[in-house]
Design a protein around this ligand. Structure first.
Ligand code: FAD
Length: 438
């Protein structure tokens, strides 16, 4: 029998992307009634790949969708940075048993649609979640300790609280932060998804690989049980150009990456067309909450994708917010203050670190040689140590995932020999399926 929800009026979530759905699931699992409003005519995600750190898998486990997400993911063996000019290996981070032991979960690459589907199925399995499409949030007004949420067509919903998970161009943010549209960063990326047969054989590596060259970098990794490969090539330009997901021809793209050596260029010559994106960025802000209204994911702290952590942060936000709402027993203004306080520095660190990483990737001249020298001969454990702050899931996420308890203490650093890159051999880790939390 279904227990009655803890709140009469729903918590409204603007946006049914990865962050919005994860938040709905986390709240509903804790007994709250939730309505997700998605502006599009159906729930869905972009046809592209995504990298997921172990911190994201702790969230999936806490939301009870871990096995579903892991089903179609590829558990790559290393994170690689190659010098695109010389072709030499610069950084190699093993994602081996020591990595999984240390962080309590694996690193994987997967299709965005697969994560989104897992979260959507989770929401559909819970009667407390109402999912609405064609529902664009246009504004809100605080009413007592609740919120009146206004939709594009004029409809109003009396809500206990509002969570703006409405992405980079968030309407909810415009009312709280009021910093206008996100400015173009000058960083543009060209995306393509390739069938595995089309991928150059020499590059079918069990890694997330990044080719760093002056002003550009190229990322590729396998997807969907090695049936596909994801390709994202980024260039920094001095003028903003192009919009959102437009088609771009090889004639436009190839000259921009011409400083790369033959192997990555072989890959760049493979797609018949790319999708062009202008990347946008906002600097961190100190407040994204107003009474019973708050922001989550890209709406709160949009980041360049260079740490591959934007969606991971949205997922962590979701669990943190749900745990805070639970602890405050539905006092949403108090819960949202607590949630923001817990999330602010970590998410801002990702935003700022991503910019710094971009400088490292795009180094030119002597700076490029110095970068390569800095990373030469590093031992794997030193990389794991450097990544501890990001891949180690925060306590509130781990606490929400009963299976992960007791995995807090990292093993002592040990010198291990780097292994050669393997091709087409990624194995899934043996893990027991999780139990439903509630
Ligand atoms: C090239 C690229 C590569 C990336 N790679 C990675 C990676 O490897 N790993 C990683 O963790 N992150 C990555 N990211 C970042 C990641 O894509 C985002 O951080 C993540 O998708 C943010 O999720 P979100 O739910 O906050 O927002 P979104 O995914 O933008 O979802 C927002 C949703 O809200 C809806 N919406 C918008 N406005 C309204 C409204 N007014 N009313 C109702 N609905 C509305 C939208 O239709 C959408 O469904 C990458 C980003 C880019 C650009």
């Amino acid at each position: 029998m279904t227990r009655s929800p803890r709140n009469d009026r729903p918590v409204v979530i603007a946006g049914g992307g990865i962050g919005g759905l994860a938040c709905a699931l986390g709240l509903a699992q804790r007994g709250f009634r939730v309505t997700v409003l998605e502006q599009a005519h159906q729930f869905g995600e972009l046809g592209a790949g995504i990298q997921l750190g172990p911190n994201a898998f702790h969230v999936f486990d806490a939301l009870d969708v871990g096995p579903l997400v892991k089903r179609d993911a590829v558990f790559i063996e290393r994170l690689l940075m190659m010098d695109g000019v010389s072709g030499e290996e610069v950084i190699s981070v093993p994602l081996d048993a020591a990595f999984r032991r240390r962080f309590g979960n694996p690193y994987a690459v997967t299709h965005r649609a697969d994560i989104h589907r897992a979260l959507l199925e989770g929401c559909r399995g819970l009667p407390r979640v109402e999912l609405r499409t064609h529902a664009k949030v246009a504004g809100f007004a605080q009413e007592g300790r609740g919120v009146s949420v206004q939709l594009d067509g004029g409809e109003r919903i009396a809500a206990a609280a509002l969570v703006g998970a409405d992405g980079l161009y968030s309407q909810v943010r415009s009312r709280i932060v009021g910093d206008g549209d996100p400015p173009a960063s000058g960083h543009m990326c060209y995306r393509a998804v390739l069938a595995a047969e089309a991928m150059p054989k020499e590059l079918r590596w069990a890694s997330a690989t990044l080719w760093a060259a002056p002003n550009t970098h190229i990322v590729h990794y396998p997807l969907r049980g090695w049936k596909l490969f994801n390709l994202v090539a980024t260039v920094v330009r001095d003028r903003a150009m192009g919009g959102h997901n437009e088609e771009a021809s090889p004639e436009e793209v190839l000259p921009l990456f011409a400083k790369n050596c033959e192997l990555p260029m072989q890959l760049m010559r493979t797609p018949k067309a790319f999708r062009r994106w202008m990347l946008r960025f906002r600097p961190p802000v100190a407040n994204w909450t107003q009474g019973a209204v708050t922001l989550l994911g890209d709406a709160a702290h949009p980041t360049l994708q260079y740490m591959a952590q934007g969606a991971c942060m949205a997922l962590e936000d979701a669990v943190c917010l749900a745990v805070a709402a639970d602890a405050a027993d539905g006092d949403f203004p108090a819960a949202f203050q607590r949630y923001q306080a817990l999330r602010l520095v970590r998410t801002a660190r990702v935003q700022l670190s991503s910019i710094m990483l971009g400088h490292l990737f795009h180094a030119d001249g002597v700076a490029r040689l110095v970068r390569n020298e800095i990373y030469r001969d590093r031992i794997p454990a030193s990389y794991h140590q450097a990544l501890e702050w990001i891949y180690r899931a925060p306590d509130y996420v781990v606490a929400a995932n009963p299976k992960a308890k007791g995995r807090r203490k990292p093993p002592p650093a040990r010198r291990t020999q780097p292994k050669r890159i393997r091709t087409m051999t990624a194995r899934k880790p043996k893990r027991a399926p999780s139990k439903r939390r509630r």
